[in-house]
Design a protein around this ligand. Structure first.
Ligand code: 5SP
Ligand code: FE2
Length: 229
């Protein structure tokens, strides 16, 4: 996985058909997804429950691009090796998930995975300033985590501030929550390069009508790229 600042669309399979993940992953990748975003929720850090390591391991052979695993769990450290063994490429923990994010990022990188740090809407950019040398990706939440299909919360100023702090480090800025063709230009212009989109990609499509996923992915990508030079 080489560093690349171009716009990448990462559909969240939280909005996929839960009875059919293999085909759903294949459909979004065939239709132009750059990464596949997997939302892990524990019913404790967030008020919802989704997947654990065995499910992530089952997704692995279907993902030909990048498996981007977003952990909305606390604690994180006891589970890092399990997600490495399950085949995650990028593992992102929340800075709010515990007092030792520095140690968590070191532990993620020690497994060979890329390390991400996520910030809730109420958390300032400065919370990750001293973690940037240990981080491959900063995930700016534009909804309060826990559910797909929520309304975008404007975090544009935070994204600009982070891009400034990151400087010339090879660190992605990912946006997660409420990304669609109307909100993607705001965050792309502010310096984000990975756009997670769940409902905006899956709406109206299915594995038997996958071209809708392609149309939806192209619409988000075109809107984001439209504001870059
Ligand atoms: O992490 C989360 C929610 O907690 C996200 O990844 C959502 O799954 C994105 O869904 P949409 O807001 O795009 O529908
Ligand atoms: Fe997510």
């Amino acid at each position: 996985m080489n560093f690349d600042r171009s716009i990448k669309i990462a559909p969240s399979i939280l909005s996929a058909d839960f009875a059919n993940f293999g085909q759903e992953i294949q459909a979004i990748e065939t239709q132009g997804a750059d990464w596949v975003h997997v939302d892990v929720m524990d019913g404790h850090f967030v008020p919802n429950l989704t997947f654990g390591p065995p499910a992530v391991k089952a997704f692995r052979p279907h993902v030909k691009t990048v498996m981007d695993v977003h952990l909305m769990i606390s604690p994180v450290d006891p589970y890092i090796q399990a997600y490495a063994d399950a085949g995650a490429d990028v593992l992102t923990a929340h800075v709010e998930a515990g007092p030792h994010s520095h140690r968590t990022l070191q532990a993620i990188r020690a497994t060979g995975m890329k390390a991400g740090i996520a910030l809730n809407p109420g958390t300032p950019a400065e919370a990750v300033e001293h973690l940037l040398d240990l981080t491959d990706l900063v995930c700016v939440m534009t909804v309060n985590p826990g559910f797909g299909g929520q309304k975008f919360i404007d975090m544009t100023a935070k994204v600009r501030r982070l891009r400034q702090m990151i400087g010339d480090r090879p660190v992605h800025i990912e946006i997660d929550g409420g990304v669609d063709p109307s909100t993607a230009p705001l965050v792309a212009a502010a310096g984000a390069d990975v756009l997670v989109a769940g409902s905006a990609v899956f709406k109206g499509g299915s594995v038997s009508n996958p071209s809708v996923y392609g149309d939806n992915i192209r619409a988000v990508r075109a809107a984001a790229e439209g504001v870059l030079n």
